[in-house]
Structures are given as structure tokens and as C-alpha cells.
Write a protein that binds this ligand. Sequence first.
Ligand code: TXA
Ligand code: MG
Length: 354
Amino acid sequence: MTIVARVDPLNPDEAVIERAADVIRRGGLVAFPTETVYGLGANAYNKSSVLRIFEVKQRPADNPLIIHVDSLDMLHEVARDIPEEAYKLMSKFWPGPLTLILPKTERVPYEATGGLDTVAVRMPAHPVALRLISRSGVPIAAPSANLSGRPSPTRGEHVVEDLYSKVEMIIDAGETLYGVESTIVNLLVKPPVLLRPGAYPVEEIEKVLGVRVHVPGFARGLSEAEIALAPGMRYRHYAPETPLLLVETGRYDEEGLTRLTRKVVELAREFGEGRVCVLASQETLARYSGLGVEVLNLGSRSNLYEVAHNLFSALRKIDELGCRVAIAEGFPEQGLGLTIMNRLRKASSRRFFT
Ligand code: TXA
Ligand code: MG
């Protein structure tokens, strides 16, 4: 049986947290909110609990987990030989959506790291996540709380959809703040490498480090090359069941957007039979009226946090609407735009450039 408990995100009921912490300590699984997406958590030190995460998510065993800590003391239990630059980033961005790759200590089982000697660690900024780790008294290993390959969950209902009856407890604290996962940086190599763009823009990280961070093709959602650097990145992600066509352009000024939206219209007409879904922006949605397509508004192009926040819900929605095909507009790859394009490219079955 799965207990589903609703809590206030800012002031969670201590009795619920205590009950969830008890599940973690006994080796069970708890889905919980973070400021990015919901996580599927287990005691990071308990091998069999960690293995159950992989089983429940149907996740390949070599795709390592992120370990969540509540303090620097707990960080030092799981990571060693932490470079100076890591402390610089942590003092600026923790608690928050930044995950760092660090050498692991012996306490962290290889089951959690996919056999690697490094561990991905972050201190989440969500009160429920922090209280849960503290009350459990152990670091919590947690991937996103979706079935492998599905869009990450940004609401309690998404977790219920994917994991109900498979885990001991789901803590539902409503919608998550950012709606996209943490930014993952590997500082153990020079120059540092962005493994996954996320809720913190890579430009902000570069400012604090004072050096350029290498952004490989796979972090842009492009190439499959260099994949040895980033375990887990080769798997198909975020994909709705409906085929998703992504339309990109070289420039996103008025002229570029005109070209882009024309291409979307052309593609929509090609699929005249059956329902078509368009993932549009506030600025462009009117251009699809009268076409007979289902338009989903991701938000304004001048506020990419809004677009990122709505993205995974929209990807789930296109399956619910029963569309034959979905067409998404692209975004410029600056700031959160890089994160959005990584997710859209990974979710898409075909890309068009105009
Ligand atoms: O925002 C987030 O990061 C969410 C919340 C729950 O914290 N978690 C999350 O976890 O997105 P997950 O499992 O969906 O993504 C973790 C990714 C893996 O796919 C892998 O690419 C990378 O982190 N990773 C984990 N350990 C690593 C390691 N030792 N070296 C390189 N990459 C690693
Ligand atoms: Mg995930």
C-alpha cells in the first residue's frame, strides 16, 4: 500500500515528515518534493533500498543517482577530496538546484553510483526535502520520481500516476518551484564540464568560478559523442508517447519567429488527419488560431523560468489529450533556454531547422 500525504510546502506537518523518515530508516522508498522536481528517495547507505529505486523506476543499473544532503557535515560523509572551486559554488548556490560530481567515500555503495568512484551530490532548497533528510539522519539517494524515460514529475499527481502502489509513501506538496532538474557540473576535470543544464543557468556558475565551463554537445541535447563523460545521458528521456516534432531556428527575433511559426503551421497541416498539439509561447500562440490544433501555452519568451516551469506538465498533457502528433517551438540557448532546449531535444522524435 502507498500512503499519499499532502503537506504545506513551506510549513510541512512534522508528523508526516516523521512518518516518512521512519520509512526511509526502515529501508523503504519515499517520493518527496524538491525545489526542482519530485525525487524518489531511499537511504543512500542501504544497498538493497538503493537497488529497489532502480527496480521501481525500471532504470538501467549504470545510470547513477544523486545523493541529497542537509549539511556540509553530511556532505563530508559521502564525498572526499573536495576541490576549492566546489566550496565556492556551494557557498553561493546551496541549498539549491546545483549538483556537483565529487570523489565518493567508502560509505557510499557502488549501487548508488553505477559502479563509479565519484558521487553526484546536492543540498536541496525545499523545506520538505531538507526536513526529511534531517529527520532520517542519513543522506537520501533520489533520482526524479518518474518511470524511466517519462517526463520528470513536477506535481504530486504526476508521481501518483507513475509510482502509486510501487512505493511506501508519496509526499505531495503541490507544484515544484523550478519544474526542471538541477544543473550538474563536474569540477574534477579542467575545464569544468556541464553534464546537464538545469534550473541554475551555466552562465551564473561561470561568473562564480571565473572560468568558462565546457558545454558538450550532449548537454545541449545534441550529440551522442563524449558520452563516457556523462553516465545516464545516453538514455532516451522526458519523452511523451505522442511523437514530438521540434522546430528550431538560427535566430529568435521577429523574423526568425515568423519563419519558425510558419514551419509549425506547415507541419500541422501535413498531419491534417487527427489531432495536432502545438507547444507554443505567449508571444506566438495567436498565430495558430483557426488551424484546429490544440495549443498549449508554455509561457512568455521573456520569462524562460515560466517556460521551464510548465514544460514537463505540458509534455505529460500531450499524451493525455490523445494527439496524433505534437509540435514544439524552439527557444534560444541562453540562460534557461539551454535547459529548455536540452529537454525538448531529448523528448523529440524529429527535429526541423528553419
Ligand atoms: O533536480 C534534480 O537533480 C532531481 C531532484 C530529485 O534532486 N534529481 C534528478 O535525478 O534529476 P536523476 O536521476 O533524474 O538524474 C541524475 C543524473 C544521472 O542521470 C546522471 O546523468 C548524473 O545525474 N549523475 C549521477 N551520478 C553521477 C556521477 N557520479 N558522474 C556523472 N554523472 C552522474
Ligand atoms: Mg530523471
